[in-house]
Design a protein around this ligand. Sequence first.
Ligand code: IVH
Length: 751
Amino acid sequence: MATEKAVAELSETEAAQELAMLADKLARANAAYHTEDAPEISDADYDSLKRRNAEIEDRFPDLKREDSPSEQVGAPVSESFAKVEHSVRMMSLANAFADEDVRDFNDTVRRYLGLRDSDGGLAYTAEPKIDGLSLSIRYENGKMVSAATRGDGAVGENVTANARTIDDIPETIEGAPEVLEVRGEVYMSHADFEALNARHAETGGKTFANPRNAAAGSLRQIDPKITAARPLKFFAYAWGELSEPLADTQMGAIERFAKLGFQTNPLTRVCDGIDEMLAHYRDIEEQRATLGYDIDGVVYKVDDLDLQRRLGFRSTTPRWAIAHKFPAELAWTRLEKIEIQVGRTGALSPVARLTPVTVGGVVVSNATLHNEDYIAGRDAKGEPIRDGKDIREGDWVQVYRAGDVIPKVADVDLSKRPEDATRYAFPHVCPECGSEAVREEGDAVRRCTGGLICPAQAVEKLKHFVSRAAFDIDGLGAKQIEMFYADETLPIREPADIFTLEKRDAQNLARLKNRDGYGETSAKKLFKAIDEKRKTPLNRVIFALGIRHVGEVAAADLARHFNSWDAFTKAVDTAGPAAKLYIAAEEKVQQERQAAASEGRRAQVAQIRFAYWEARLAEEAKAAWDDIVGIDGIGATVAVSLVTTFQQEAERASIDRLAAELDVQDVAAPATSDSPVAGKTVVFTGTLEKMTRAEAKARAEALGAKVSGSVSAKTDLLVAGPGAGSKATKAADLGVETIDEDGWLALIGDA
Ligand code: IVH
């Protein structure tokens, strides 16, 4: 760069601008070099950009960006490791922040298990939550055969060669089950981290922001020799596949790990009930600073493994464990500007652009401001928050981070408010497409009404479509989506375009393989990755559509219920007229309730519902609607959102274009096909005495049954406990088989 100014002469603004430009250039150069195998700039130019970046960061440490190139560990290596499918999913943990959350967790566990106060305290293990990265190591006949990172939980990266270089991980173990997957945390001690950084600083290598980054960067090295030179450690705390149980209790399993030669955390204790758990938490918190490695909370796990099995898992977290996080770290800084981002469902989200500040070892320059009420100093009920102080551009604000979540603005220092600061006027039009942005009653969020015409919504929808839990297409992430969305000759503007990309590319003069960041190989690789995803399971397809209120869990519930794309779309289409009438009827019900309240009489809800709903609705539409809202876990909110989305012409056409490109995979009944209830629709009613309703539902679903909340002609089986009312009568009318709880347990072999 001929016009380059000396670093010493740069103003702060110029420095920030240049750092942004350098981050961008270096990221592109990195991608071109490592991922696309097509370097764009010479090694010398690359080095000089990196040096310049380091010099500017040295002079303006506060401006160091979150995505600073000096923090990047070589390449985005994920592309370079083979993938390993975990035989048992690697789960994450739900979080608790306050003591109250831990009490709620304990209450929920006890309720799920149907424990009464008189049953006494429940034992939990409590142990530090290590701030590293998780690893699953597989042993067969006592020999280590593979090691994999967590990845997305289902598929991780094969880092076997690197794991073999870690001293705490034995190559062979004696007296272990035939198949044993040991899981735990790879981490770096404070002393090793500082020594590594000092060594790198001396030799001009990269330094790391914190021990966690250093551990992750070291484990995910292509060259195991580099990993071997980095002092990594490992604590064992969990397991995956086992050919036989390790013990009866969590603590027993940990002790077994120790006997097999693994390091286990010495602060692991069995606690008898909530008070002991919280006391141990305080104890660990007090020792935090002197442990010599980073921890970010305490993990509680139900000790009895039989109870763990009964409690089972939600979609990504176990019901039997929770992470109690240490309080968030805080810092004060200037809020420079409030900007509005438009999300996939049109939500206008205010973001605070901050003067960069370090919060707990990480440079923070953005924070969420939630919604317009939060900025104005009100909560969802209109009650004041922060004593009613509003947030303005130019304010001196307190920022905090809790775990991995996006930083938040907690407080404002009014004594430092600039005199000319004015109240923030939240926009009533979408800043991206100019459509009106409206706030529906009861909704905290203002939304752009532009739908598919809003470019921000379209891009966010596409990003969601390719995200991990949705289509998860290799080489097509958020960055590439933005690039293709803006592309004039080979655009991706809606999901179907992804699947016509190769065909359109072949007809194009400007071929993808000749473009920035792509070559022959990488273009082919992308087309192949896309092609592979034409066969995607129904639950992922439904989730990928990005319909408001239809999250991963609801999508899975719907997929399990309908099994196939055709059955799903037919039900949603048939229910079409019901959604409109339902909304209209509920509005009338609302009006009637208000009128009745002011007139001091009883509201005539049933009559209104009949007049505006049942009487006007075709039998078929009503049945389809009941079928959808009858699915356990799917309520009217989800159903209205789903059905009305399919009724919108433009949305529907876009979904149809997508479906035409796909071969949506039916959702096979999970678990054993020899299960007596696989594929059956089961309804539970009345009081269950040997298990709770939630447990019964989870168990039935694990056996491949669909659990519904209401009895209809589609119900195969009603499990009725004492006090069963109208559902039992209806089942009798319809001739649905009805059994009691013992009959159910006998049927599924749990008696
Ligand atoms: S147990 C099925 N125990 O925290 C439960 N996790 O936020 C598996 N972690 O992905 C996790 N220390 O990487 C467990 N003592 C501990 C842990 C721990 C750190 C990590 C782990 C997990 C993440 C979830």
